[in-house]
Design a protein around this ligand. Structure first.
Ligand SMILES: [Zn+2]
Length: 124
């Protein structure tokens, strides 16, 4: 992402006061590496910043409201902890009864979907 949008995001997050200064610095350096069309996984945020998932989703929702990110979905098998790889733009596009390639568990969107965030604006 480019400096102009990064600065906007940083200021907005400072106002909201969700992340500590330390977490905010880490988040901004992580975000800098993302480009338009790439996906940001909440799990990456949780691990790299060492924050709770509710905190991570709050931050991501703010970026969504700023039209920097949009919500996409991916099927995830909780039995073998694997992402299925196909990304869906809407929840209704997700197939029902898809079998996990790793362990043959039948996956259902309601239970096995993970919300991920696609970068739709990076300052360009
Ligand atoms: Zn599986």
């Amino acid at each position: 992402m480019l400096p102009n949008i990064l600065l906007k995001i940083e200021n907005s997050l400072k106002d909201k006061d969700i992340l500590s200064i330390d977490e905010l610095i880490k988040f901004m350096s992580l975000l800098r590496r993302y480009k338009k069309g790439e996906w940001l996984y909440p799990g990456v945020l949780i691990r790299k910043l060492n924050i709770t998932s509710s905190k991570a989703y709050k931050v991501l929702e703010i970026l969504k409201d700023m039209d920097v990110l949009e919500v996409n979905y991916e099927l995830y098998c909780h039995t073998c902890n694997t992402f299925e790889g196909t990304i869906y733009e809407t929840f209704s596009q997700m197939p029902t009864g898809h079998e996990c390639e790793g362990c043959d568990t039948e996956l259902q969107p309601l239970i096995n979907s993970i919300v991920i965030y696609k970068v739709i604006f990076d300052g360009e």
